[in-house]
Design a protein around this ligand. Structure first.
Ligand code: MN
Length: 245
């Protein structure tokens, strides 16, 4: 990460005064040293956030997640969060220049909503891989899963039920909580509510209707169950190694 880019992220987070980048405090620098960019949302040369391309074809997760959903989800919904985040940060800069903070609370909400949406989707796309290619929990990740959940099967059962029971739009999230050095399973309502400060997402499942409604309609449970057919455990393990190492 360039100094300009790091500076932009710091300034953006400080200006926003909110949680969207807080879980990544210190991690970007750590990953920088390790030449990894897993947790760094992509930032364009001009300092604006940018949308990463999908790491596979739109139809790569068929039959579990259909190409049309992926196209809409990535190209429209996720792109919208990137646009909204950049717009919120630009509006904050404008407000600072004018010394007019009458709308700053609404801008902070927009930055939190769109920033969290951008960050979680960046994790979500890489959390998945074509069925049969994502591996299984192994090594240090498996050992920690067994310590904190009993078994990989028990984790999957808890994760699935947690994702299925999110009220309305939201996410199921497996995260590493660095204070207690534990893996935790969380719900997020929308993107930004009910977050646990300092937790780092390792495996996330998007349960907004746009993620599954075309194919699964109201059967969120079927979608969540099939999500595990396309989980990329190798990616989860890389994230875990990077944060816990
Ligand atoms: Mn989504």
């Amino acid at each position: 990460m360039s100094n300009t880019r790091r500076e932009f992220m710091k300034v953006g987070a400080a200006a926003a005064g909110l949680s969207m980048l807080t879980p990544y405090a210190g991690i970007a620098e750590k990953l920088d040293r390790e030449q990894k960019t897993l947790f760094a949302p992509p930032v364009a040369e001009n300092g604006e956030y940018a949308l990463s391309p999908l790491p596979y074809a739109y139809d790569a997760l068929e039959p579990y997640i259909d190409a049309q959903t992926m196209r809409l989800h990535h190209d429209v919904h996720h792109a919208g969060y990137v646009k909204g985040l950049n717009a919120a940060l630009a509006a904050m800069a404008d407000a600072r220049a004018k010394g007019d903070f009458a709308l700053i609370d609404r801008l902070a909400q927009k930055a939190a909503f769109n920033g969290s949406g951008h960050i979680l989707h960046e994790v979500f796309w890489k959390n998945m891989a074509p069925a049969g290619t994502g591996g299984k929990p192994a090594g240090a990740l498996l050992a920690r899963i067994e310590r904190d959940f009993g078994s990989a099967k028990a984790l999957q059962a808890q994760f699935a039920q947690t994702a299925k029971t999110v009220e309305g739009s939201g996410w199921g999230i497996l995260a590493y909580e660095p204070l207690g050095k534990r893996l935790v399973v969380l719900q997020a309502e929308k993107h930004q509510n009910l977050t646990q400060w300092g937790a780092v997402p390792l495996l996330v499942c998007d349960v907004w209707e746009h993620a599954y409604y075309l194919k699964y309609q109201n059967k969120r449970g079927d979608y969540v169950d099939n999500f595990f057919n396309v989980v990329n455990w190798n990616d989860v393990a890389e994230r875990f190694d990077a944060i816990s190492g």
